[in-house]
Design a protein around this ligand. Sequence first.
Ligand SMILES: Cc1cc2nc3c(=O)[nH]c(=O)nc-3n(C[C@H](O)[C@H](O)[C@H](O)COP(=O)(O)O)c2cc1C
Length: 205
Amino acid sequence: MKVLLINGSPRPNGNTTLALQEMERVFAAEGIEAETLRIGSEAIRGCIACYSCSKTGKCVFDDAVNVAAEKFRDADGLVVASPVYYASPNGTVEAFMDRLFCSTPFDKTMKVGAAVAVARRAGTTATMDALNKYFSISGMPIASSQYWNDVFGRGPGEAAQDAEGLQTVRVLARNMAFLMKSIALGKERFGLPEKEPRAYTHYIR
Ligand SMILES: Cc1cc2nc3c(=O)[nH]c(=O)nc-3n(C[C@H](O)[C@H](O)[C@H](O)COP(=O)(O)O)c2cc1C
């Protein structure tokens, strides 16, 4: 059982890293293989709507998105952690997530998703909402915790003092592990939910 963690911070030893390290320890204790990709300082451009991915099954820009796509395909869960910039995920994370979810043709149904927002003070729930939307359009159950998944700190390392935030992400990781294990059992017993042929309209026809 595998989980892929995306660290959207450009700061290698920033607060997002601390939040994810807390989750990695829980995944290790739960016997779940965890791999973290730090994408925050990569030059990740936005989607150009070329739709070449619909023919090739991968993004035309061969960067961290295509690397993550292969790992995401084999993972049972995806954690996306972003620093909050102007009350949203940072631009790199948004560009990465648009392209990752648009370009990957594999079925994401029942892969578990979790969003983590890291901020100095505000905008965490809006950031979580933005990230959860990638999961909820993809048949991915969303893991939750005892509070919204936010961790607070400004300068690198300050989040170490946010005892409640770190507990929140530990509980999140434990709940996510339970969900991934339960879904694996459910898939064995019942298979994935039946799929309907896709109705695809844009309201005018
Ligand atoms: C461009 C920019 C915009 C930011 N906007 C917000 C914000 O809207 N709300 C907030 O609480 N913190 C904001 N911050 C602060 C970061 O979210 C905070 O420093 C966080 O700890 C960064 O995580 P990191 O250490 O993992 O990079 C902003 C920082 C930058 C660089």
